[in-house]
Design a protein around this ligand. Structure first.
Ligand code: AMP
Ligand code: ZN
Length: 275
């Protein structure tokens, strides 16, 4: 089965998209999200691109130009959210303040902010679903990282359709969930997509990068086994782990606590402690 057929199968098996859904594809400009946008468009879904310009120097500029060209050639609407307009600062500044004040490193801060913006903007665009380009390797890393952190409950929402619809969450779906990274790379290269293949320049020495390195020795079949087996345990985990979703008292976005993770970051940015 080729990758396009595999995506179709995952969408049908997990009822990821209805024919009338408006689908916002979260575009980083990398091989995964570009491929998934192309495939969903080819399959006839009502797709739009949604990209956050993080202001990571040349890297962001190139990705932005690539996606503008790609979407205009396919006649797909593209919305670009400029982080400096949205929050008044770029991601490097935000990460450096959080590192200094809270010792938060790695991709955590960036991940929280991206999720918050994507949910907010998907609602503005009246999208029914947000698609991300997470692939089998990403999911395998997540399962193993959560296990090594001693908290497999962190993966309770790691399914092809994540998030809870209603309650202000736009459901996030992952059509590449079962497709190995090297297959996505080969597909993107074969299709000659106008993209960069380098990883994010900020993702250095993080826990995820280390995990990625040591799962390299696993075969695709072994990665699939790990992800599949974890999927089988999720219904059991859900029976013992119930979370209440509230609305953040600052921004109104859905949150597990009174203040959402993004607003906790914004608080630190507004009131930096003097060192
Ligand atoms: P990452 O967390 O960088 O591995 O990206 C995972 C997924 O999040 C990608 O496949 C995209 O769907 C989405 N994503 C990452 N960066 C951006 C961005 N700058 N703008 C919009 N979506 C993004
Ligand atoms: Zn909030």
């Amino acid at each position: 089965m080729n990758i396009e057929q595999q995506v179709k199968k995952t969408i049908e098996k997990y009822h990821l998209i209805e024919k009338n859904d408006k689908v916002a594809v979260a575009l980083s400009g990398g091989k995964d999200s570009t491929s998934v946008l192309y495939i969903l468009h080819k399959l006839g879904y009502n797709v739009e691109g949604l990209m956050i310009d993080l202001h990571l120097g040349e890297w962001s500029k190139i990705h932005r130009k690539n996606m503008e060209k790609f979407c205009s050639e396919l006649n797909i609407k593209l919305t670009i959210v400029d982080l400096k307009q949205e929050l008044g600062m770029g991601i490097c500044f935000i990460k450096s303040v959080l590192k200094q004040q809270k010792n938060l490193t790695g991709c955590t801060v960036c991940g929280i902010i991206k999720k918050w913006i994507l949910n907010k903007w998907a609602k503005k665009l009246k999208a029914d679903k947000i698609v991300t380009g997470h692939n089998l390797d990403d999911e395998c890393q997540t399962v193993l990282m959560n296990f090594l952190k001693g908290n497999i409950y962190l993966g309770v929402n790691s399914t092809p359709a994540t998030g809870i619809p209603n309650k202000g969450f736009v459901q996030r779906i992952k059509p590449l969930f079962f497709i190995p990274e090297n297959e996505v790379r080969s597909y993107a290269k074969k299709m000659n997509f106008p993209i960069l293949y380098e990883k994010c320049p900020c993702a250095i020495g993080t826990y995820r990068v280390e995990t990625r390195e040591w799962i390299n020795f696993l075969t695709n079949k072994e990665k699939l086994n790990i992800v599949d087996n974890f999927q089988k345990t999720i219904p059991k985990l859900r029976r013992t782990y119930k979370t209440e979703i509230k609305n953040c008292k600052e921004c109104g976005e859905p949150s597990k606590s009174d203040l959402c993770n993004a607003c906790k970051i914004f608080q630190v940015l507004k009131n930096p402690k003097k060192s």
